[in-house]
Design a protein around this ligand. Sequence first.
Ligand SMILES: NC(=O)c1ccc[n+]([C@@H]2O[C@H](COP(=O)([O-])OP(=O)(O)OC[C@H]3O[C@@H](n4cnc5c(N)ncnc54)[C@H](O)[C@@H]3O)[C@@H](O)[C@H]2O)c1
Length: 448
Amino acid sequence: MAPTSKSNAKVKPAEGKLGILMPGLGAVATTMIAGVEAIKQDIAKPIGSLAWMGKMRLGKRNENRMENIRDVVSFSRPDQVVFGGWDIFKDNAYESALNAKVLEPALLEKVRPALEKIQPMAAVFDPEFVKRINGPNVKKGKSKMDLADQLREDIRRFSRENNCSRLVVLWCASTETYIPLGDVHSTLDKFEAGLRTNDPGIAPSMIYTYAALMEGVPYANGSPNQSVELPALQELSRIKGVPIAGSDFKTGQTLIKTVLAPGLKARLLGLSGWYSTNILGNRDGEVLDDPGSFKSKEITKLSVLDQILQPEQYPELYGDVHHVVRINYYPPRGDNKEGWDNIDIFGWLGYPMQIKVNFLCRDSILAAPVALDIALFIDLASRAGFSGVQEWMSFYFKSPMVAPGLKPEHDLFVQQLKLQNTLRFLAGEELINHLGLTYYGVDESDAR
Ligand SMILES: NC(=O)c1ccc[n+]([C@@H]2O[C@H](COP(=O)([O-])OP(=O)(O)OC[C@H]3O[C@@H](n4cnc5c(N)ncnc54)[C@H](O)[C@@H]3O)[C@@H](O)[C@H]2O)c1
């Protein structure tokens, strides 16, 4: 891969090593790591990664400037990235990848030495929050604050031992059970008091987030857990000047939903129901079989349609939509999830029609480049001096975080435009609004 060529005034260059630390070295994390190691050996291409493979237009359409995104803003190259993480199981990344059965053993054999070196650090874990699994590689501590201090020490040690210039932490561990946010999550002071007194409302994911932010390390959340969502931890991210992003990787069924729904809405086709169901047999599916963990997932999966369709603006089209989402644990399929969508729509004079989608996907194959891009983009955000919630990274999330008072944007193409314009902004390039009147002799300088 060609080295990153262009740096610019607004972004510090991606020099030195970037450490990507992940709570959870399971299917997604190991598929991502194995892929990056294969890319380093030039036996694979970074398919699905905007940072390493994507191109975008700069300037006017008649200038013919399609550039590699990695040349527009600087990203760490594959050879600059190192991985580490925590897991409740002691398996190294090679063993964990074999167990996950996403990649075939012949491919894993080629990257085995690099993966075997990645030994998970002991996790912060609480079976109250993840009910279907338990493991031996877990920290002990006098209090939740003590556990946070141990994680902070892990982060510092990893950075030292791997000679990292920068780090990011990306949650790739299991989905925790849903809990409503309470007083302890409301301010940083109350949250820190709760860490010292072992408040039961503080989940392990929140302890990892706290530890990362205290170390000045950007944090992104690949699951629907509430961690970066907490007002207390958002306050900490602003105090420390550190970017945060989340939540829940937008990969299979929800990706397709946020492609299709904007199309239906654009043509004012009505919707009476959207029934989505999945079968999946990996460890993620096993954890999501628990109603508490599924509740977290259901919330992020259900929220997308309302925001895209705006039923308050079009009650006659979208005011009575039956939206159902199911995930069924079905071991024979492993990571090869099958999703069915039945979409009941109606058109002119109310005549009903149906769309059926049958997506035979591979969960971790879809998630791996998303996880990689999130790590590379949040590092970019940090080098650009951004802090707090990074809404421009919504493109990657089922449940994008936004500033208070804003509704999240779920339409994949609006999200893409937002992301690309942010990159143009960082590169000091003209923003693109797709008005295009200038090609027809109209002066666009009057546009408001
Ligand atoms: N694969 C996808 O397409 C996709 C999409 C959206 C979100 N996600 C989310 O990504 C996460 C990872 O998915 P996966 O398929 O790799 O799951 P997985 O079960 O294969 O891996 C999760 C790993 O996290 C470990 N773990 C659990 N609690 C932990 C803790 N407190 N600290 C450290 N490790 C812990 C588990 O032992 C396991 O090895 C899940 O939360 C999942 O919901 C996945």
